[in-house]
Design a binder for this molecule. Structure first.
Ligand SMILES: Cc1cc2nc3c(=O)[nH]c(=O)nc-3n(C[C@H](O)[C@H](O)[C@H](O)COP(=O)(O)OP(=O)(O)OC[C@H]3O[C@@H](n4cnc5c(N)ncnc54)[C@H](O)[C@@H]3O)c2cc1C
Length: 315
């Protein structure tokens, strides 16, 4: 069986026939493509380089499809570590991973949280009882990008249709093509650094005592998310957060006041948004993945893995 790796254009000899082997040139673990797939490998373009794109690329690698990525930024610029952003799952074949234990809790009432967050009472992820879950750092997704060609380009819808004429069997896009931009909202996140050994948590606020709606500590970042109706006014939000540190019972949970803060802009989809349907795809082989491309608030990045896998298995 002949084996060729995408890694460094170097050939990797893999007598065991495993899909993964260490490249002799750069010593990274790389996907080994069996000679049996030659000529029949599906060609895939993945658009974007965020979390959904990473899962899509992982699925392509696992099935042995030839994948190229087009994105307005490189993967390393994407890895988002702000707000309540943990991964519920990680792609297979990326080596050893350690889950983190996250406590999920709330103060106040779900209806108050929803009113503050969305201006009306809608179903939300507000937890009624405290629970603990095992999640993963988004940083693990960095491993997926090894030996994957990424072209830094900002694509228009016309560019994407053009890709379908370039011999790609499938084009998976992770940013919206179907216009519904009034449903996309931006919100401020205030982030301070803390010791990384402190307990990770997500705390939903259902009281009118605080202006922020969710406080999170993850991977050494203490984050406060504000409703999208707040403008990103650094001075006001900074004073607001500092004030809350002295107020029990939060003082104990939050730990020491971080020495400095940064301000980020998060984005989300309004709860009433209708997800895109198959009929709305621009072409039958252009497929949306991830919550922003599908306009589906319930779509997690890891769902892209099975979406891509099922399409590739269709042929
Ligand atoms: C507070 C909070 C908590 C969250 N928790 C989770 C969670 O636990 N699990 C989870 O899966 N998700 C979570 N999410 C959602 C998470 O933000 C998204 O799932 C994730 O960012 C979506 O990744 P994505 O790859 O679908 O989209 P994005 O991260 O938006 O990536 C889109 C990519 O497309 C590129 N791009 C955009 N336009 C173009 C263009 N015209 N041409 C080329 N490239 C382009 C961008 O550069 C980017 O690389 C959370 C979100 C928030 C705000």
């Amino acid at each position: 069986m002949g084996e060729i790796s995408d890694c460094c254009s170097a050939k990797v000899y893999n007598p065991g026939g495993d899909k993964w082997a260490r490249c002799e040139a750069c010593h990274e673990m790389s996907l080994v493509i069996s000679g049996d797939w030659g000529g029949t490998r599906q060609k895939v373009a993945v658009l974007g380089s965020g979390a959904s794109a990473a899962f899509a690329v992982a699925a392509c690698k696992s099935i042995g499809a030839e994948v190229k990525v087009y994105s307005s930024v490189y993967p390393t610029e994407n890895i988002q570590q702000t707000g309540a952003y943990f991964l519920h799952a990680i792609p297979p074949n990326i080596g050893h991973v350690e889950p983190v234990q996250v406590s999920i809790n709330s103060i106040g009432e779900a209806a108050v949280y929803s009113e503050m967050q969305w201006g009306k009472v809608v179903p939300t992820s507000f937890p009624i009882e405290e629970r603990t879950e095992l999640w993963y750092s988004p940083m693990y997704l960095n491993r997926v990008w090894q030996s994957v060609p990424v072209f830094r380009e900002t694509l228009s819808t016309e560019d994407i249709i053009g890709l379908t004429h370039q011999g790609y069997d499938w084009v998976f896009h992770s940013f919206p093509l179907v216009g519904r931009h009034e449903s996309l909202v931006q919100f401020p996140i205030v982030v301070g650094k803390q010791a990384n050994h402190l307990r990770d948590f997500i705390l939903y606020n259902g009281t009118v005592q605080y202006d922020w709606v969710r406080a999170t500590r993850q991977f050494g970042n203490l984050c406060f998310e504000y409703p999208h109706t707040y403008s990103i006014d650094d001075e006001y939000l900074f004073r607001d957060v500092i004030g809350d540190f002295s107020a029990p019972p939060l003082a104990e949970l939050m730990g020491d006041v971080p020495a400095s803060y940064e301000f980020f802009c998060g984005r989300d989809i309004l709860p009433s948004t209708r997800p895109v349907t198959r009929q709305e795809y621009v072409r039958h082989n252009i497929v949306p993945i991830g919550r922003f491309a599908t306009w589906d608030r319930k779509a997690f990045a890891h769902h892209a893995y099975t979406t891509v896998e099922s399409h590739l298995q269709e042929r």
